[in-house]
Design a binder for this molecule. Structure first.
Ligand code: 5AD
Ligand code: SF4
Length: 468
């Protein structure tokens, strides 16, 4: 039996991709190796969103290359975003790498690995020429997924609903790495959710680079494509012409999944229709990750985000009317080219105005080939670092305020597994806050109600008031 070792960097989309790769390859007869030293095939699933992520992957693969000295038959592969972006650099810098396959070629992996093996057999040993580079597909054929699935055992699961990104944010490499937007047929999504519910999963996170534009383009060429198509949506049968709000309603109606989340949302495509669907679907959690990136209109324009700070705040206002106890989180980039102290102050103001529960803060990292990379990366490193620290402190502050407001209240927790200490259980609120409770019996996978008694760091602590 051939042994596979896979390591993953990057976002939740990449995590899910790694699960899919494990599933496809184990269905082909591969077995998971516990360590790279025991593997016949080593794959790194990589990320290109910041330079740091790429350097880590180059470093890791450099280390792993040493294994090939003792075992020349070992296959080394780099897959995912960096494979697409750095295809030539990888083969140049890492001569031991045999396979480079981008995100759109994920489903080709069983065939690509078989191809390498066949070439080696026919050449009786293998040479530098048996390297395979697969990076040319415009999008991932989401409807042609090879059989096999592997899931991290647990209570929560990711469900891919779309791939790729048609936006053109000037700092972002993702449209180049993941290709064009393509949506997964709704029936496939419903069937996967049904299977996961039957297997005991209780919370699904619907995944895509921009889930709000779900339905624009399906693999069979249908979809609403463009604003006129969106208008048609209002008239047509929602079962045949779908957008994301309708998908949420469909999941509510057709499946019995108790909790649904989704990520990532682009504010431009987060509409009143979405907020209304969130309001109307009891399974959809009161939680939204809505990356704003900056609070300065000047910077938002330079990022080509398609909204102003005012328009973003207006959307939040509408959302809060529909879903009053919504928990919000965001992504912020500090140190985008030309970001002044005034721009940064505008970001602080916006964050305070919104009152996020969580904010992921990133220092700007120029990505070759993006429009922003043509501009001078002129915010000094120490200024980026300082702004980063300022926002992290602000985020802590906002989280604590939220935690304090929950003291004494009773809230639903879905228990995800044991806590750190014996007889402790870790769960999350519908707003995605982590909480620990004590209980003498196993509670994993159960919904319980807990009264929040205290908090420490990012964790709430509570007492169980019932078990359902
Ligand atoms: N530099 C820094 N952060 C970036 N992000 C995307 N591209 C870059 C970049 N070039 C951040 C954005 C995005 C998150 C996933 O990563 O905030 O929402
Ligand atoms: Fe990294 Fe973006 Fe690719 Fe995710 S989509 S792996 S964050 S580059």
């Amino acid at each position: 039996m051939r042994k596979l070792w896979l390591s993953s960097y990057g976002c939740q989309m990449n995590e899910r991709d790694s699960e899919e790769v494990l599933g496809m390859l184990t269905a082909q007869g591969y077995e998971m190796a516990s360590e790279p030293e025991a593997a016949d095939v080593i794959l790194l699933n990589t990320c290109s969103v910041r330079q740091h992520a790429e350097e880590r992957a180059f470093g890791k693969m450099g280390e792993l290359s040493a294994l090939k000295k003792e075992r020349p038959k070992l296959i080394l592969g780099i897959i995912g975003c960096m494979a697409k972006l750095q295809q030539d650099a990888i083969f140049k810098r890492l001569p031991t790498v045999d396979l480079v396959a981008g995100p759109a070629e994920l489903y080709d992996l069983p065939y690509l690995l078989a191809e390498i093996q066949e070439q080696r057999q026919s050449m009786n040993g293998g040479s530098v020429n048996d390297r395979v580079m697969a990076v040319g597909r415009p999008f991932r054929p989401l409807h042609q997924r090879p059989p096999g699935d592997y899931r991290t055992p647990g209570v929560t699961a990711f469900v891919t609903i779309m791939e790729g990104c048609d936006k053109a944010c000037t700092y972002c490499i993702v449209p180049r790495t993941r290709g064009q937007e393509i949506s997964r047929p709704a029936q496939d999504i419903i069937e996967e959710i049904d299977r996961l519910v039957a297997a005991g999963y209780r919370e699904m996170t619907l995944l895509g680079q921009n889930v709000n534009s779900y339905g624009k383009r399906f693999p069979d060429g249908t979809g609403y494509k463009g604003p006129l198509g969106r208008l048609r949506l209002l008239e047509e049968d929602p079962e045949t012409l779908l957008d994301f709000p309708q998908l949420l309603r469909l999941i509510q109606r057709r499946t019995s999944v108790p909790r649904v989340r989704f990520t990532t949302s682009h504010p431009f495509d987060a509409t009143e229709r979405l907020f209304a669907a969130m309001r109307d679907c009891p399974s959809v959690c009161e939680s939204l990750h809505l990356p704003v990136q900056s609070g300065s209109d000047r910077i938002l324009r330079a990022m080509r985000r398609g909204y102003t700070a005012h328009a973003y705040l207006k959307k939040i206002e509408q959302l809060r009317r529909d879903v009053p106890d919504i928990s919000l989180s965001t992504d912020i980039i500090v140190g985008f080219p030309g970001e002044t102290d005034q721009d940064f102050d505008a970001t602080i103001r916006l964050m305070r105005d919104v009152g996020y529960d969580n904010a992921y803060v990133f220092k700007y990292s120029p990505r070759p080939g993006t429009d922003a990379a043509a501009r001078d990366d002129d915010v000094p490193h120490d200024v980026k670092e300082h702004r980063n620290q300022t926002l992290l402190a602000l985020q802590q502050d906002m989280l604590q305020r939220k935690q304090r407001s929950l003291l004494g209240t009773t809230t639903e927790l879905l228990i995800e597994g044991p806590g750190k200490r014996p007889q402790q259980w870790f769960g999350r609120t519908r707003g995605y806050l982590g909480a620990i409770i004590d209980h003498h019996e196993p509670l994993t996978g159960r919904f319980i109600h807990a009264r929040i008694t205290r908090y420490a760091g990012s964790t709430l602590f509570g007492e169980r008031t019932d078990v359902s």
